[in-house]
Design a binder for this molecule. Structure first.
Ligand code: IMP
Length: 425
């Protein structure tokens, strides 16, 4: 099978953008299957840095087909802005970007609701309307690109949604209600922006697969933010896990070949929720500073901590990850001792399970194993040239996680990457 999935095996921000961009050189089609413009995939190429939110990271290679699947929630304004930024650098999306006619649109009231609910729930969302857009999709009051020219349908469905939205916004949160006519105007603009790109992407993708083209399924966020398998309720509202690929693109399970997970050599998370190995000390501050750990979408400082093998093992299992790419080893340069959480102690008992309940996860005390650090491996491009402590760390993590670490990344540039084995797809 000439397809590969690249998915986050932590709480997002693992460096998927760089890995997808690198693998894209050999691919024909790159697809996003879930999430929206809450993502921030950073790619450093040719001396330029790009942060992609909604467009697949493969878009930077001009000959690649890119697909935004039905599993996404799409804000057409964000899409337009992103395409315009790329255009300034001479990167054109027209005729090779396809947006599913069945994707869900982020409506102006989803943004309002995300802001309002955030005050009550404290999840620490990106406030891009992601959660409410998925909520309305599953409540069967969503709007999709295929609906945009069906005016009477739109008026009925948006009218129904607004009855609920306005009752919540004004009744519960004391905010101004939204008018149907204003929303309809926005939808007219949405239609104009999306029209050149809307297609039955499941059909297009299937044709590419049948004709033997190489396809990458690009995950956003990470398994620990998955609505089913993450640290619920401190999660996003989609399925970054491998399962999301099938429903988010409209293909069958046999069409997903290799599953490549991406992690950092340590752990970060942005937003609220339990994080057992979090370092709220000088070392955490050091990692944040050296690693530039600030949200690529929101600029928020990321919480930093030691590598947690318990939660990554969980991610490996629930997504059937075959092998891993591990990034940002260089950020650990100069630390004398490194720690890796091998299991948790919860309520006095040792466990190697990632708890389903967030309160229980919050009570998890990490049990650490210590490793010797290394001086500097930044920018090293051969595995054999890495410091022995670094290869020892890598190989012990492989053992703890039960899957090979096939790619080691030693810096932000695409060239600072060691392929320990050929990634076949
Ligand atoms: P939402 O996806 O905006 O609803 O946010 C829900 C949670 O997921 C929050 O903790 C966010 O910080 C987190 N989140 C969403 N997208 C990303 C991402 O791309 N990287 C890391 N965290 C994310």
């Amino acid at each position: 099978m000439k397809t590969i999935a690249v998915i986050g095996a932590q709480w997002g921000d693992e460096g998927k953008g760089k890995i997808v961009h690198l693998l894209s050189e050999r691919a024909d089609v790159i697809c996003r299957y879930q999430g929206g413009n809450n993502a921030g995939h950073t790619v450093v190429t040719g001396g330029n840095k790009y942060v992609l939110h909604l467009l697949p990271s493969g878009i930077l290679h001009e000959d690649k087909v890119c697909i935004i699947g039905n599993g996404l929630v799409v804000n057409p304004y964000a899409l337009r802005d992103e395409m315009e930024t790329l255009k300034e650098d001479g990167i054109e999306c027209t005729s090779r970007l396809f947006v599913s006619d069945r994707a869900s649109l982020i409506m102006p009231y989803h943004l309002e609701l995300d802001h309002a609910y955030e005050e009550a729930l404290g999840i620490g969302t990106t406030k891009r309307g992601i959660g409410p857009a998925y909520t309305y999709k599953y409540a069967r009051m969503g709007v999709r690109p295929c609906d945009l020219r069906e005016v009477s349908y739109l008026e009925r469905i948006v009218g129904l949604a607004l009855d609920e939205v306005n009752a919540t916004l004004s009744g519960r949160f004391g905010r101004d209600p939204l008018k149907l006519s204003d929303v309809m105007e926005t939808l007219d603009e949405y239609a104009r922006i999306l029209e050149p790109f809307v297609a039955d992407t499941s059909k297009i993708l299937r044709q590419h697969i049948d004709e033997g083209r190489k396809v990458i399924f690009e995950g956003a966020q990470g398994v620990l933010l998955d609505v089913d398998f993450g640290s619920y309720p401190y999660v996003t509202s989609s399925s970054p896990s491998a399962g999301g690929i099938l429903t988010g693109l409209g293909i069958g399970p046999k069409m997903v070949g290799e599953i490549l997970g991406v992690t950092k050599a340590y752990t970060t998370r942005v937003g609220g929720g339990p994080f057992p190995t979090e370092l709220e000390d000088e070392t955490g501050e050091h990692i944040r500073h050296v690693g530039g750990e600030f949200g690529a979408s929101t600029g928020r400082p990321r919480r930093c901590g030691w590598f947690d093998a318990v939660c990554t093992r969980h991610a490996v299992r629930v997504s059937g990850i075959d092998r891993l790419a591990m990034t940002k080893f260089d950020v650990l340069d100069g630390l004398e001792t490194l720690r890796v959480c091998t299991h948790y102690r919860i309520d006095g008992k040792e466990t190697d399970e990632f708890p389903a309940n967030a309160e229980r996860l919050a009570r998890a005390v990490p049990v650490y194993r210590e490793f010797k650090g290394w001086d500097s491996i930044a920018g090293i491009r051969k595995y054999g040239d890495l410091h022995a402590s670094c290869t020892h760390y890598t190989e012990e993590l492989e053992r703890l996680l039960g899957v090979p670490i096939s790619i080691v990344s030693t810096g932000p540039d695409e060239k600072d990457t060691i392929f320990r084995e050929r990634i076949a797809f």
